[in-house]
Design a protein around this ligand. Structure first.
Ligand SMILES: O=CC(=O)O
Length: 321
């Protein structure tokens, strides 16, 4: 058996040697598509990242028995094509919930209290004295937090918000059980109501056709001028041109995004000129412990696939029917 791993992983790969000969792409940049295409024809198992485009062409021409992605999201993979070929696709849910919720909170606090702007101000030598109105922002405690997407990460963000005595609104494809709502003190509302009412709006839905540009001009127009928008989910969920208009015209107060479309943003993107926008380089799951656990789950999925066993975390269990 042969395996191709598309980047160096933060874990020991020795356990894999018992099952297959392992090739690891050694560079910091992802393998070019042509390399992926060629490898997919030649190996049994592929361990990939969200930067790798695993499309219909690649899957249909491959000899793969398993595709194991080291991420919870899988919008870079054509799942329908993999299912049609009976190739199980693995992902790494659960282990990155807390790390992503923590980064969401880092961004909520940083955007509200203008931490990045304040650091720039200090380094530019502009700090002359304590001033009553220097770098003011809104209170986080007691504010209303609107969560778009009520899965594991959205709920972990809500759990943290309880410590800040926030009113919690959520919107999702469906209303959850009353016990769960009660546990978080959360209230189900429509997306429009959430946008109109929230002081902080945080996105926690998967990136797919249904959520593509979920937030565009109409939705920004519904938000309060004081609203702060956070996105640690997928860049495609926000129409970035509309985001630029909303931030530059102060239609909303600020935003903090860990994900963009594309990633990275081109250096001439107008978004990079805005003082009221914080951008981090897709580091939601970037705690050392979390990344190690993600790599371990990705390897466990890969080994199960090579052995013909059911993947512990399978995106397309239909392949087993
Ligand atoms: O964005 C990160 C992931 O999907 O794991």
């Amino acid at each position: 058996m042969k395996i191709f791993i598309t980047r160096n992983l933060p874990t020991d790969l020795a356990q894999l040697n018992a099952y297959a000969s392992v090739e690891v792409w050694p560079e910091r940049q992802p393998p070019p598509y042509e390399v992926l295409l060629a490898k997919a024809k030649a190996v049994d198992g592929l361990l990939c990242l969200l930067t790798d485009k695993i499309d219909q062409q690649l899957i249909a021409n491959s000899a793969l028995k398993v595709i194991s992605q080291m991420a919870v999201g899988f919008d870079n993979i054509d799942i329908a094509a993999a299912t049609a070929q009976k190739i199980p696709v693995g992902h790494t849910p659960g282990v990155l919930t807390d790390a992503t919720a923590d980064l969401t909170w880092a961004l909520i606090m940083a955007a509200a209290r203008r931490v990045v702007e304040a650091d720039r101000f200090t380094r530019a030598g502009l700090w002359r004295t304590w001033e009553p109105d220097l770098l003011l922002g809104p209170n986080v405690a007691g504010a209303t937090l609107g969560i778009i997407g009520w899965g594991r990460i959205g709920q972990a963000v809500a759990r943290r918000a309880q410590g800040f005595d926030m009113r919690i609104l959520y919107t999702s494809n469906r209303k959850c059980q009353p016990e769960v709502e009660k546990c978080y003190g959360a209230e189900f509302v429509t997306l429009d109501k959430l946008l109109q009412t929230s002081d902080f709006i945080s996105i926690h839905t998967p990136g797919n056709q249904e959520t593509y540009h979920l937030l565009s001009d109409r939705q920004f127009a519904l938000m309060k001028p004081s609203a702060i928008l956070i996105n640690t989910a997928r860049g495609t969920i926000i129409d970035q041109e509309a985001l630029y208009r909303a931030l530059s015209q102060k239609q909303i107060a600020a935003a903090a995004i860990d994900v963009t479309d594309p990633e990275p943003l081109p250096m001439d993107s107008p978004l990079l000129t805005l003082d009221n926008l914080i951008i981090t380089p897709h580091i939601g799951s970037a705690s050392r412990q979390t990344r190690a656990k993600m790599a371990d789950i990705a390897i466990a999925n890969l080994i199960a696939g090579l052995k013909g066993d059911r993947l512990p975390y399978c995106v397309n269990p239909e392949v087993y029917r």
